[in-house]
Design a protein around this ligand. Structure first.
Ligand code: PLP
Length: 414
């Protein structure tokens, strides 16, 4: 017998998380996580906490949908739950303008494929019933593109990412919802990157039947806890009619532990799966923080500080191609073009966690999740400028600081 290899205790350093996500989790959330007692998933306060989370989620998401709860895991867990009602042979139109909507479309192709279609290309099926509309990297999905595709195909399901984090683009949610209503499609939306950053309410988009988000971006709950989801009654009716092939992520079954049974709120949940009191406490605290800050205020702060970062990198000679307010996607100045990946790697090696794009073209992504202060933005800008200068750039920090100073002279509108 060989002896077991025991590694030294794992130490993970603190980094400056300045990417598209995960965001900087509030110390209060970590304290809630670490401070929870040992309690099982049917203990009264754990169940009460889950019911309270459900009510806070409805406020946070701006919805009266009874099936509003959260799925254990990451963003993809919530998205898998949302897409679970899509069955083999279902007609789907999916709009793709970057890495994440691309993976969403792959999920939809896997779910809508017949057995034969799946077996033909198991990891990348191309079912006849799914239409994928590709929009170029760096561009948004517009109302016209959505309208044309839904008018032509008239699918059962339509899918779009609200904010495509891969290319940093905001897609037309209103146009999507209206086109879904006009053409009788049930809309499915990946709101992983927009929830908690954009000021919007689910119920203002009646064409959307299913929504999914994540714990670690706008909600700022990195101890991987829960991915918020919300479903209209018509989604639940469609799911009841067709059934679906999952127990763990089944929207009706999973909802029971959050106290949603037979389409009604009940006082306490019933067993669906094991929940951790630590995770429930952290998620609960993250929701409390978000609601007391208010979405409107957060959205305004993101727009204000994103503008500062954007102005600063433009002053460095970079070109910004994104329009999200939590993320700046950019190309380096012409004389450093093509060295984006090298710069990102240099920064990451020094604990400055910016990101490249994950699909071509290679661009740099700098995020500001929970970095909503002049000091944080200045730190990000300074470290980024230094990384450019280390590669032979000639950035005049005085000029960049002047741009930041001018921006921060302008106070946030009340
Ligand atoms: C981050 C992200 C995901 C994936 O979320 P995970 O938490 O990594 O599972 C999906 N969609 C979008 C738009 C994202 O930004």
């Amino acid at each position: 017998m060989t002896s077991a290899k025991i590694f030294p205790k794992l130490v993970i350093p603190d980094t400056l998380a300045a990417g598209p996500g995960p965001g900087n989790t509030d110390a209060r959330v970590l304290a809630a996580f670490a401070g929870a007692g040992v309690a099982d998933h049917m203990q009264a306060d754990v169940l009460r906490g889950m019911v309270e989370c459900k009510h806070m989620l409805r406020s946070f998401m701006g919805t009266a949908n009874i099936h509003t709860f959260a799925v254990a895991g990451t963003g993809w867990s919530g998205l898998d739950c949302m897409m679970s009602a899509v069955m083999p042979g279902d007609t789907v139109v999916a709009f793709v303008n970057g890495t994440f909507s691309g993976i969403d479309a792959l999920t939809l192709r896997m779910k809508a494929a017949t057995r034969e279609e799946l077996a033909q290309d198991a990891l990348d099926p191309k079912p006849a019933s799914v239409t994928v509309i590709e929009v170029a990297h760096g561009e948004s999905v517009t109302g016209d593109v959505i309208e044309a595709a839904l008018a032509k195909v008239k699918p059962k399901w339509a899918f779009m990412a609200h904010w495509e984090t891969g290319s940093g683009r905001i897609n037309d949610l209103k146009g999507f919802s209206e086109a879904c209503e006009r053409h009788g499609a049930m809309g499915l939306v990946d709101a992983v990157s927009s929830l908690g950053v954009a000021d919007f309410a689910l119920d203002d988009y009646p064409g959307v039947a299913g929504w999914a988000s994540c714990p670690q971006k706008g909600l700022l709950c990195l101890p991987l806890t829960y991915a918020p989801v919300s479903f209209t009654d018509s989604y639940i009716a469609a799911l009841k009619a067709s059934g679906c092939y999952t127990y763990a992520n089944h929207p009706i079954f999973e909802a029971r532990h959050w106290g949603i049974v037979d389409g009604r709120d009940v006082e306490k949940g019933t067993y669906h799966r094991t929940h951790s009191g630590y995770a429930v406490a952290a998620f609960h605290e993250a929701l409390r923080i978000n609601l007391s800050d208010s979405l409107a205020r957060r959205a305004r702060d993101y727009a204000y500080h994103e503008k500062a970062l954007r102005d600063a990198v433009v002053a460095m000679g970079c070109t910004v191609t994104s329009d999200m307010t939590s993320l700046v996607v950019l190309n380096l100045p012409a004389h450093l073009a093509g060295r984006e990946m090298e710069l990102v790697q240099n920064c990451r090696a020094r604990g400055f966690g910016i990101w490249p794009t994950l699909s071509s073209p290679v661009q740099i992504r700098i995020g500001i999740l929970n970095q909503l202060s002049r000091a944080s933005i200045t730190e990000i800008v300074t470290r980024f400028a230094k990384a450019i200068n280390d590669m032979g750039g000639e950035i005049d920090m005085g000029a960049v600081n002047a741009v930041l100073g001018a921006h921060y002279q302008k106070t946030l509108a009340a």
